[in-house]
Design a protein around this ligand. Structure first.
Ligand code: FAD
Length: 238
């Protein structure tokens, strides 16, 4: 694995405890939408800790972006969310993983299912789809606890308006006032209503905490979707 230095050019608050770090990485080798990279921290005594983060920016974007959610008892994420400042330098690995990428040749329709910060690689995929003016039908099913936890709100609304992305919001704890959409954890019933039927041969991507990914992917298989059409990215936890 090659490491390069990235300078934090900008930081954006996305939701409580969630920030996007926008890095200038002069030696960035380029990436595919859906890949991840490692961010590595080194303490003054030489102790190092590295964690995987999905790449939030599109291959076409000038900076490399990561969106990190703070885990209260975590070792690395609280530092990235609370301590890192513009001007700091972080070590970034070269891009990793080809199993979760989407390119024009992958085709569609495209069903993206995100739990919480699992939406991060889909921002890259949706930005890439817009950048290449692809007309592949795409539906993003995005599960969050409450409206304030929804990451990339303005950008997603813009992608819906400009590029025909269909967005299905799912709220697991509190929904917006007068919400008549889904207000529970994603289950087989929800997926039977929002997923294309198995005959449509959709490319399905599921990303988020491990338990979320396993529940959603399992329900899709129960509904008749071919396991080899379902790509999964597990972030850890339960
Ligand atoms: C391929 C990949 C891509 C990832 N992309 C992102 C991303 O874009 N944004 C992002 O915020 N995170 C992402 N993660 C998760 C990230 O790698 C770290 O696991 C996370 O930031 C926690 O690190 P930490 O050092 O703060 O916590 P740790 O010190 O490693 O863990 C603290 C505690 O939290 C538990 N835990 C670890 N991960 C999770 C989790 N996801 N949910 C709940 N509990 C957990 C651990 O079991 C442990 O008990 C990704 C993980 C993978 C494998």
């Amino acid at each position: 694995m090659r490491w390069q230095e990235g300078r934090v050019a900008e930081i954006r608050d996305e939701a409580p405890g969630v920030r996007t770090l926008s890095l200038e990485v002069p030696e960035w080798p380029g990436h595919l939408a859906g890949q991840h990279a490692e961010l590595r921290l080194t303490a003054e005594d030489g102790y190092q800790a590295a964690r995987d983060y999905s790449i939030a920016s599109a291959p076409e974007d000038p900076r490399v972006e990561f969106t990190v959610e703070r885990l209260d008892d975590g070792e690395v994420s609280p530092y990235l969310v609370e301590v890192v400042e513009p001007g700091d330098v972080l070590e970034v690995s070269s891009p990793i993983g080809l199993h979760f990428v989407w390119e024009e040749a992958t085709g569609g329709p495209l069903l993206l299912i995100a739990g919480g910060s699992g939406v991060v690689p889909f921002r890259s995929i949706l930005r890439h789809r817009a950048a290449i003016a692809s007309d592949v039908p795409v539906r993003l099913v995005y599960s969050v606890r409450s409206p304030g936890d929804l990451i990339y709100r303005a950008e997603l609304d813009d992608l819906v308006r400009r590029t025909g992305v269909e967005l299905v919001e799912v709220y697991t704890r509190s929904a917006p006032p007068s919400w008549d959409g889904y207000a529970r954890r994603i289950d087989r019933q929800i997926l039977s209503e929002v997923a294309w039927p198995p005959e449509a041969d959709a490319r399905v991507y599921v990303c988020g905490p491990t338990g979320f990914v396993e529940a959603a992917a399992g329900a899709l298989v129960d509904l008749g979707h071919a396991p080899e059409r379902i790509k999964t990215e597990r972030y850890g936890g339960v």
